[in-house]
Design a protein around this ligand. Structure first.
Ligand SMILES: Nc1ncnc2c1ncn2[C@@H]1O[C@H](COP(=O)(O)OP(=O)(O)OP(=O)(O)O)[C@@H](O)[C@H]1O
Ligand SMILES: [Mg+2]
Length: 137
């Protein structure tokens, strides 16, 4: 496969008490290596739903998605989902802790510095701006 990701005819219906919502009707696109893509649309048009489906967090109603072999995907959710009782450093380390890769802590610190969070590593999420929280996430 030449593309990193191929999204083919994705549809998503939500079933609610007030009936069915067509969150995504028929979306297809390809992501080429090295490309930068923006998904733009009005509030409620289905952007987060689409990204959640690509990330495997939500099921699609129909369609298919293909990924290049061994692809690694990072996904910053719309909500930052930081744990309020952990510091910036501990939040950033959480994934590595769970997967027993704490030896990579130096790299996490390098990234936090790169993203301008050097002086905030020991702060808690409530002490950060919205953009800072997103960069930690
Ligand atoms: N869990 C859900 N159950 C029912 N309807 C949902 C659910 N999640 C999203 N929707 C509906 O699906 C549609 C798309 O929502 P989505 O969150 O994908 O929009 P969005 O483009 O990300 O909007 P925004 O720009 O405001 O973040 C909306 O009509 C929303 O109300
Ligand atoms: Mg959204």
């Amino acid at each position: 496969m030449n593309n990193l990701i191929e999204v083919n005819n994705i549809k998503k219906n939500y079933h609610t008490l007030n009936g069915e919502i067509d969150a995504i009707k028929d979306v297809s696109f390809k992501v080429k290596e090295g490309s930068f893509i923006s998904i733009v649309g009005t509030s409620g048009c289905g952007k987060s739903t689409l990204l959640n489906i690509i990330a495997g967090l939500e099921d699609k109603t129909s369609g298919n998605i293909k990924f290049k072999d061994n692809i690694k995907i990072g996904y910053m959710l719309q909500e930052d989902a930081l744990l309020p009782w952990l510091t910036v450093l501990d939040n950033a380390m959480l994934g590595l802790k769970i997967t027993h890769n704490e030896k990579d802590k130096d790299y996490v610190i390098y990234l936090l510095k790169k993203y301008g969070l050097e002086n905030f590593m020991n702060k808690y999420p409530r002490e950060l701006s919205g953009g800072m929280k997103q960069r930690v996430a």
